[in-house]
Design a binder for this molecule. Structure first.
Ligand code: SAM
Length: 360
């Protein structure tokens, strides 16, 4: 699939911070394309107990793969400090992700620390494997909502996609536990890979229709450099919508807010809604208000980036909160990336950072 893959632990490519004149005060900043920062995704671990074929293929992330050492990870105190600074720049929503975030030890403590920041919508994306055990504690710590990834209800297909033989029933138990704990409506992410799980689309829509949960069908993306992405494995969202609507009539819904990545559809009979995320066939870069913090404190302004800004070095170098805010404001103000709008076969082959490290 690939030649040699650079392990996260040794592939830390950083960009120099842009020059700023004096200290910029916290406040809303806009980038060169007029976009503000609204949504911060924080990867709390680069490790995962699944080896999803489109994300962390086993051949690459095998027993010898070198993940980050504990000392390289941002501490909970460092994450919370950065979250406060981002909040001062207008961030409204934080999503904890990874890797598998529920594998990070004492995650509930981090959630409780973040939940104290006023005005933040706090959510998390998980593969659901240990959610049944953790849902109540997560809610109690202050988590507001949750997204669970689930690529098929067919046990054989699901086991083949997670590639660690994990049964679908345990993820469904996790979704039920999340709902009972008050983390609903649960969003359910299904990555659609043509030739692998498109026959799971209709069963997924049927199963969750009327449940209050919202399934979002995601186009297979060329994230990272190891997932063997090819355009012909992408099933365009328009096809997914057509397929579902032919059996369960749909109508479009307005976005909840400007820049929402999922395009929303509702069942005409009032039995719920679905979403489609079309990063490949309908790029939404012009509305992108997201920024990503890697497990070791590099800041990436694009999911498809090859380099990040080293906020950990700034923090561990003794910077004040004002200096941190100023650095973040400066790097956001020079942002001009719009990868999905300029994607070609050549860009798809770039050495982009892995999604498990940068956070999905
Ligand atoms: N481990 C958690 C999980 O499984 O949800 C969080 C991390 S995972 C990287 C976040 C999301 O990214 C998941 O919903 C996953 O399906 C999605 N994802 C990973 N690789 C992808 C790809 N190549 N294309 C589209 N979505 C992808």
């Amino acid at each position: 699939m690939t030649d040699r893959v650079i392990a996260i632990a040794e592939g830390r490519h950083t960009k120099p911070l842009p020059e700023v004149g004096g200290l910029a005060a916290p406040g809303k900043v806009v980038d060169r394309l007029g976009r503000s920062i609204r949504d911060l995704r924080i990867s709390v671990t680069d490790r995962c107990n699944f080896r999803c074929i489109y994300c962390m293929p086993k051949e690459v992330f095998g027993p010898d793969y070198e993940f980050l050492a504990r000392s390289q990870l941002l501490s909970f105190e460092e994450i919370t400090r950065l979250a406060r600074v981002f909040r001062s720049h207008g961030v409204e929503k934080i999503r904890l992700t990874g890797g598998e975030p529920l594998l990070r030890k004492d995650l509930e403590r981090l959630i409780a620390m973040l939940a104290e920041i006023p005005g933040l919508d706090l959510t998390l994306t998980t593969n659901g494997s240990i959610l049944a055990k953790k849902a109540a504690a997560l809610r109690q710590a202050g988590l507001k909502r949750i997204t669970v990834s689930l690529d098929s209800l067919d046990d054989d297909v699901f086991r083949a996609m997670n590639d660690v033989d994990f049964p679908v029933a345990r993820v469904l138990e996790g979704i039920d536990a999340a709902q009972r704990a008050g983390l609903g409506p649960v969003k359910i992410n299904m990555v659609v890979k043509r030739g692998v799980n498109e026959t799971s689309i209709l069963p997924m829509a049927r199963y969750f229709r009327g449940s209050g949960h919202i399934v979002r069908f995601i186009e297979f993306m060329d994230v990272g450099a190891t997932n063997g992405w090819r355009m012909d494995a992408v099933m365009p969202s328009a096809e997914v919508v057509r397929m579902i609507a032919a059996e369960m009539p749909l109508e479009p819904l307005d976005p909840n807010y400007r820049g929402e990545v999922a395009e929303r559809w509702r069942y005409r009979d009032g039995s719920g809604e679905i979403g489609v995320i079309s990063s490949v066939t309908q790029a939404f870069c012009s509305e992108c208000t997201r920024v990503r913090l890697s497990t070791d404190g590099l800041l990436y302004t694009c999911l498809f980036a090859t380099q990040g800004y080293d906020l950990r070095a700034i923090m561990r170098g003794g910077a004040s909160d004002e200096a941190l805010a100023s650095a973040i404001g400066a790097l956001w103000s020079v942002r001009a990336d719009r990868y999905s709008e300029i994607r070609t076969a050549e860009t798809a082959a770039l050495r982009k950072v892995e999604m498990s490290y940068i956070g999905g």
